[in-house]
Design a protein around this ligand. Sequence first.
Ligand code: ATP
Ligand code: MG
Length: 784
Amino acid sequence: IAARPAPYLDELNPAQRAAVEALDGPVLMLAGAGTGKTKALTARIVHLLNTGRAQPNEILSVTFTNKAAREMKDRVGRMLGQAVEGMPWLGTFHAICVKLLRRHAELVGLKSNFTILDTDDQIRLLKQLIAANNIDDKRWPARQLAGIIDHWKNRAWTPAQVPGSEAGAFNNRGTELYDQYQTRLRELNAVDFGDLLLHVVTIFQTHEDVLAQYRRWFKYILVDEYQDTNVAQYLWLRLLAGEHKNICCVGDDDQSIYGWRGAEVGNILRFEADFPGAQVVRLEQNYRSTPHILAAASGVIAGNEDRLGKTLWTEAESGEKLRLIGHWDGEEEARWIGEEIEALQRGTRRLPPFDLDQIAILVRASHQMRAFEDRFLTIGLPYRVIGGPRFYERLESRDAMAYFRVVVSPDDDLAFERIVNTPKRGLGDKAQQTIQGIARANGVSLVDGARIALANGDIKGKGGAALRQLVDDLARWHDLTRGPLLAFDEDDTAVIDDGPAPQPRFGDPDLNHVELAQIILDESGYTAMWQNDKSPEAPGRLENLKELVKALEQFDNLSGFLEHVALIMDNAQGDDGAKVSIMTLHAAKGLEFPVVFLPGWEDGLFPSQRSMDETGLKGLEEERRLAYVGITRAEQLCTISFAGNRRVFGQWQSQLPSRFIDELPEDHVEVLTPPGLYGGGYGAASPMQSGLETRASEANVYNSPGWKRMQDRSSARPQSQSRESRNTVIDLKAVSAYTVGDRVFHQKFGYGAVLGIEGDKLEIDFDKAGIKKVVARFITGADD
Ligand code: ATP
Ligand code: MG
């Protein structure tokens, strides 16, 4: 076929173009963030199609996320100027392997309709095995075994292939338990995530004919984010590319962030040795970010010793400096970012207005998302969570909530439809059509339609009896939600003073909505349905149901809870309308946004505690690469923030700014003034700020060397604030401003007057405690 003209080639620089046009043989593109690796890879697919080298279904292209796969497909279509008909083999390793394994499941003893277990299921299964082997799971927890097995699977070791050097694992029982686990999975016709790759590699290694078939089929192989492939993925690729060697891999060693999951950055460094004669293309021009952002990212990653080192340059205008801001706590950080986003939407600073789609918040740990979701719901800022846990979207959550919905609003037909025959009540399609027909004819809800049908004798037998039970139960539960009745005094006046506030009560004064929810799930037979279910997912579903009921405790009643979930779900659903994106740094790999917020840069959170506790620098270097990935997602504006206090797993903790903040090159950073600290806005309103015990923690934050350094060079900071305006906030930078005679407050010794100043210590004559020398950071200005 004659090649169509190729405008997509004109968009590339010479180095990219070389990588795209070198269609045959191995090619490695090793280059820094935003240099157009993914763009070149996409152009390569287009070029293969355009030159007639391959059909869409003969190209195997591996992306790191499903989202990236979709985007790539769209872009291929756009570059080609026509929609591409099916690219079935464009996807993640896992998605592609699921397809392959369904075709050849019987070769590894599975049926093609195998189930894929999630982590919870996996852990539960391992727990059972550990118990069956009389191993004390307190000393030898299932999670640990899961980690070991994952590690082995990532290295493509079947139980028989685990080397002797690993024999000591899990108290010498690891290999044996791994073997039992694999047997059990086969019995259940199930696989875990690691199996997807492992089984396919095993099939390729043991069935030459199958491998040969795919080697012929996949004429060209392309891999994005190659630096994050693990050994199993690497073997898989080598097996497939072994003959024709038409493989093009792109990656960046500085963005290797999955070492904790078995990724081996060595794969990319070894490419030339694995594929002799490989063309290696290096790209240096960054097309994504402004020079300040690029310089800040380069400054951070320079702290890593273990790297190839690359130069990046850009032609972009210098733009905004990277912005740094500290906050009192995580809530205030979320509030500030919310306000900042609204300001950016309107168009502030020297920048044009931004669309919400152009803004992303990238967190280190998914528990950070909660504060943003809550805040954005409150102010009505549309957002979407990408790759987050969608607890309320799970099957059992939806079923349970459908029960709650019909109980609260008997007219909710959709919910009724969902639960009328769940669990099975012997109400087939015919019975349900009868109910629908009657409801429509009478203009009533389905529940009422069912009542009429029963009264008319339209639904008889076992199904009829079960339906009768259901509608009666629904009516009874509904009555229990009536209220709430407040607890009243004898003389009928509400208790106002003394003691705890009256608890809202429902129709039954001894029953609250949490208990009612449990009753609904139990009496309806829904709980029993999963208890009797023998599938591997069932126990997990039961645990989720428990969690769901627990979540109700935070609300006053069932309707309040349902409303909350509806809001969250509404926000998560539907792709129309611009929304702020919230996701983890890991999920953000390969993506780009004009505006990026990077909250939670605090030691222990980012870098993670685990990486800090580790001996050696490996973990810390991986965290630093993650910081590099985060900053390099930003095109025009990047804001890093940290909080002095944070609630982690229900506990308040005081936080220190991240060590990575110290590593940001000063010339490219602008320090913003935290609104709470200088009396601006809501400082005094924060309930946390009246808590003395938390003051010391703020002291830590703003006394850290990194923060001080930032402050020293920041000219934006107002120096002369009246102390009156910040009487509830510690002013640490004002330490030097204390002069002899100032009235101050110390959290332990109370009020006093400054006698003298020595470095960071103050000599104070306390009203009650007498003369003492105290560290200045525990002192507050007092205005009494
Ligand atoms: P990462 O390492 O973060 O995955 P990358 O190297 O894959 O980055 P791309 O996402 O392909 O980089 O490109 C970054 C941005 O630069 C994209 O917006 C892309 O459209 C643009 N870009 C890439 N190459 C060029 C070019 N030659 N001319 C103009 N823009 C380009
Ligand atoms: Mg990319």
